[in-house]
Design a protein around this ligand. Sequence first.
Ligand code: IMP
Length: 428
Amino acid sequence: MATVVVVGTQWGDEGKGRVTDLLARKAHFVVRYQGGNNAGHTVIIGDDEFKLHLIPSGILSPGKTAVMAAGTVIDPLVLADELEKLERRGVDVSGYRVSGNAHVIMPYHCLLDRLEEERRGEAKIGTTCRGIGPAYVDKAARCGIRMYDLFEPARLRGRLERVLTDKNALLTGVYGHPPLSVDAMIGEIAPALPKIEPYVADTASLLSEAVKQGKNILFEGAQGTFLDLDYGTYPFITSSHPIAGGACLGTGIGPSQIDRVIGVTKAYTTRVGAGTFPTELNDAVGDHIREKGKEYGTTTGRPRRCGWLDAVLLRSAAMINGLDAIAVTRLDILDELDKIDICVEYSLNGRAVQFFPADIELLPSCAPVWEQLPGWQQDTSGARTYGELPLNARRYLERIGELCGVKVAVVCVGPRRHEAIVLDNMFP
Ligand code: IMP
């Protein structure tokens, strides 16, 4: 059996869904352990493009169990809609399970996310406004609603009565917003409940049993290492733990039961929302990457900030996640470029820095130290073996592996399922 974690090594959008989809062929279970519908995966199968926000992309491979574990946050309306859309397109969703202990994103979480961002003004985080942060705040404050609560009307009403007393004080007192009623909240989510109830389960026991039975389990991280609540570029982060360790927290699987960790990196770097981005390109090359790579958010449609690959970021991600291998996605987006820069280290007050500064406030003072490699100026999208890649593309990949000290196991050269080169089978 093997349990593998797929984790983003940058600021999200690395193409984890794409890599998960590739590896999911050998997995029996595909599991999300954190985040909610702030995520967005695009998976292309044949001529069909699937955009998923909540349900693990493993659902698209028949016969898999696709799980959202206790560490995730669930907007019931979005979940019901996603299940319906998949069914309408003929996808079998019977293998979907969501933890009864996952916290629920209620309509007031989405409202508060938006009001808080507006109030922050210039200092806004640039959240997806999907209610993620406020839902995790309530979880930590012990006043959240969990999936199981949704199907116990008296319990749900009692919890909402207590929590809305506080939320209404905040809404009216701080934001000048009219108060919300318990009936309105229940009425808003009620249509989604019959659709999602059949899928609610004790996922910790389900996964523990799967481990005992020697099943292959793929843990699919959402967002990326540098959006992690503890290890990311605080406060410009999400409110959960996208790092590999989050897979244990979020699912109830013990650390000794994780076999391998694969980090996913784009062949360049992108970021959505605010925060320092040392290798950002505000020029024609950045625009070229954005347009060729269609670098616009799957969830919000926002243009992504684009830049060169940052080996400091990757090296730090390798350390924090204990990476065994990396998957490099979107190599083909760099095909036309005649020169490619990599940031190999930072210079901080004249000192060479190999890892992200622990005091993240120092990041804006870090200047990238560049190494320039020749481009390959050839179409790589047809390559199916490593040897079919142009020499300069292989040199680029080898340099990435050297710089972060982790071998490249997968290279993606296009968005379709078969447009990939698998150098190492991740499920031994
Ligand atoms: P939140 O997760 O909506 O609270 O947003 C917090 C930060 O994380 C913002 O900078 C978002 O742009 C970023 N973020 C959240 N989810 C994703 C994602 O899936 N990809 C990239 N950035 C994300």
